[in-house]
Design a protein around this ligand. Sequence first.
Ligand code: BES
Ligand code: MN
Ligand code: ZN
Length: 497
Amino acid sequence: MSATLKLDFVPFSAAPKGVLIVFCDDGLKFGTAARAVLDSAGDLIKRAAEAERFKGKHGSTLEIVAPAGLVAPRLVVIGVGKVKDLKSESWVKLGGVAMGKVSSAPEATIIADLPGGAPKPERVADMALGIRLRAYAFDRYKTKRKDDDETPSEVTIGIAVSGVGAVQKAFASRDAVASGVLLARDLVNEPPNILFPEEFARRTNGLKKFGVSVEILDVPAMKKLGMNALIGVGQGSEHPSRMVVMRWDGGKKNTPPVAFIGKGVCFDTGGISIKPAGSMEDMKGDMAGAACVVGLMQALAERKAKVNAVGAIGLVENMPDGKAQRPGDIVTTMSGQTIEIINTDAEGRLVLADVLHYVNKRFKPKFMVNLATLTGAIIVALGHEYAGLFSNDDTLSERLTKAGLATGERVWRMPLGPEYDKKIDSKFADMKNTGGRDAGSITAAQLLARFVEKTPWAHLDIAGTGFASPQSDVNKSWGSGFGVRLLDRLVADHYEK
Ligand code: BES
Ligand code: MN
Ligand code: ZN
C-alpha cells in the first residue's frame, strides 16, 4: 500500500539518513556537498560505475547496496547528463527518478548538489514536485497487503540543499500544483459507482477551504437556464446531473476572469447508441476534463495566484434507459441553437455546448479553455503523447503549446474551418451532434466552436492523455491529472501580475 510522503528540506551540513541519493554529470563528477558525503567510500563509485557501465546519462541510475565506507543501507547515483542542458522539466523528471529509487525504504536523503555548484532553489523545488508526482498511488480500494509488500506507512525524504529558506519558498507554489494534480488523479481513478455527478459535485466543496467559491446547480436550476443539451445527456441516469461553478478571485477587482471548462461524464456507456463491452470500464475516466479543472482551481487558489479564474464543469452520467435520449431527438441549447442527436455516444459536446455558453454569457471571460475526453479519433491521430488543441486564437494556441513543452503536458494544434463546420449541418435542426467518421475530432471541435462566439477559446481533446496514457518517471497512475500543470503554467506565465 502506498505510504504517506514527508518531504523535509535540510542543510547540506545535516547528517544523511536512510538511502543516500546523489547526482553526477556525464563525466561522473559530483558537487562539493555530495563529495563530502561520499569521501569515506573511496573509489567505490568509480569501480561500480565501470562494472555497470554507468556513464551518468540524464536519468540513468547506479545503485550500490550496503556501500562499503558509508552508513547508508543503499547508495543511488543519478546521472543528470550535461549540467548546462538541465531545464526546469529535467529536474521534475530527476525527482521522479529519485523517488522511484527510494523503493520501499522508509527514509532517504537526496543531496541536491551538482558539479559546478548547487542548483538554483527553483530547480530543487522542481525536483521536489517530481518526487510528489511520482510518489502517488491510488490504492484506496485495496484491502489486502501482498506478502512481499514491504511498503512502510510513511516515507521521509530529506532533501539536502544549500539554502533551506529559498527552496522552501520556491516549493510552496509547486507543492500547491502537485496537490492539484493528485486531486485530479484521485477523481479520475475513483470508480463510477462512487463518483457519480452528485458525489463529484460534493467533493468540489473541498476547495472552499482554499478560498474558492463553489456553486452547485441542480437539474431544476439548469432547466430554468435552458441547458437542455446537458440535461438530455443525463436524463437516462438514476443519478441526477449537476453543474459546478468555482471561482477564485486572486486578481484585480473587476477584471475579466480566465475560464476553464471541463467535460464531466462520470460514466459513458454511450447511452442508447451503446458502446461495445471491451474496455467500457475505462469510461469512468470520461470526467478527466472536469477533474483537471477542479485540480487546477485548487492549485491556483492554494498558491494564491494573482488571477481571477472561473472553473465550470458539467457532470452527467450517460446511460441507456426508458427515459434516455434517443437518436433523432432534437434539443434546444441554452444559446437557443438546436441540435439533432444522431448518436447518443457523442454526448460530451452536448454537455460542453451548454457550459461554454453559460460561462461566456455570465462571466465574459478573457478566454475560455475547455478540456474533454471528447473523441476516440484524437487517439487515432495523436496517440497518447499529445492532447489535441483546437482554437480560434493564435496567441492562446501559442501560449498553450509553449506551456505544454515546458511542463511535458504537450498539445498539438489541429485545424478548424468552414469545410469541417459544414459537416455538422442538419436536415432538421441547426446542427447535428456527429459529422461522420472523417475528421471526427475536428467536427466535434466545430460543434463546440458554435457556442463560444468571438471569445478567444481553446479546446483540448484529452481522450488520449487524461487516462491510460504512458507511464513516466512522474506518473505511475492510470488517471494522469493531465492539464493541471499545463494550465497552471499558462496562467503563471501570462495572466498574473
Ligand atoms: N468519451 C468518448 C470518447 C473517448 C473514447 C474517450 C475513448 C476516451 C477514450 C466520447 O463520448 C465518445 O464516445 N465519442 C465517440 C464519438 C462518435 C460517436 C462520433 C467516439 O469517439 O467514438
Ligand atoms: Mn460517448
Ligand atoms: Zn464521452
